[in-house]
Ligand binder design. Sequence first.
Ligand SMILES: [Zn+2]
Length: 347
Amino acid sequence: MTDTCPVCGEPAGVLTGLGPRVSLNEADVAGLITLFDDDALVPRCDANSCRLPVQPMITMAVAGPPAGAWMVPGSVMAGEWEAFLAGVRADAPGLAVRTVPSVGDLRVLVTRLLGPRVALLRKALAAGDRRAFVAENVAELTPAVFAAGAFALTGPGFGLDLPARTRDRPTAELLGDLQAGVWWLIALFWLRASGDLRLDDLLHRFADDTVVLPGALDALNAHIGEPGDETRWVVPYSLEALRATVCLAAGQPNPERQRWSDLYFGFELARRGGGWDPGSSLHHQGVSDERAAATIGLHAAWITVGERIRALQDEGSPELTVTVQRLDEICGQAGHPKLVAALLGEN
Ligand SMILES: [Zn+2]
């Protein structure tokens, strides 16, 4: 295949190698919209966006089980498809790789995948008591289901459409409420469940990288309510970890970022300072370092740590040295390794 555009004659790098590629996954709403849009799937030349007369290779990642990839061969690599596929299988031996002959066939497969998820949301919308519905079906109400819902709201056809309005309210808003209800429940779920459920795992499964439906963040804020005088740290800690995670997924600033930072450092200090029994399951309920680094900004951490150190200095506490050491360690795991040194240098 030549690497110049047949329409304008300019270089068209997209025609080299494997040719144009489209990579999707089942929780990627924009990708799903592209898959069902003939025009969006037409590859374009780099220089002038001319429509190129080739088929892109399309890869759809499926979470499974079994985890897999559905692949529509691209026309540029036609002769090398089998060799390419063998390479993919060798690189990921556990992955169920399946060749799908055409875009139309892939759409049918995706429709079958999304159908039960949209059906579940239809049931939720029809439920008289949506809160009870969430409690009974929370394990099924994953980000992939809400992505299917967001896609269904765009009216893709294939029996997947959701109505724009349900009982005089925009369906998108009702689904946003539902999503917020799921989040709220999972953030507190581990408190009531015995066993190995961990807050961070639940946040990962239900809130990381999720599509955030219209109104879901507002609904979550309403669910959480005003910070109360809750004395147990676990409830506010869990809810603020959740809010910080969802704000990150939504690309929105966290209105309670300072509170989250204060709770995070409070938890980590208590964990190191014998705040509860060494054998307590609470030890394992802190969020991961990655989540802390992604959700606690330098400014909020600066204020939290600065106030802690200043308070200990003001009261001439014998705990100052050990606490500063611990704060330094915690700042490091939250992605701000130089913060304590900077603060002390300034004092
Ligand atoms: Zn062109």
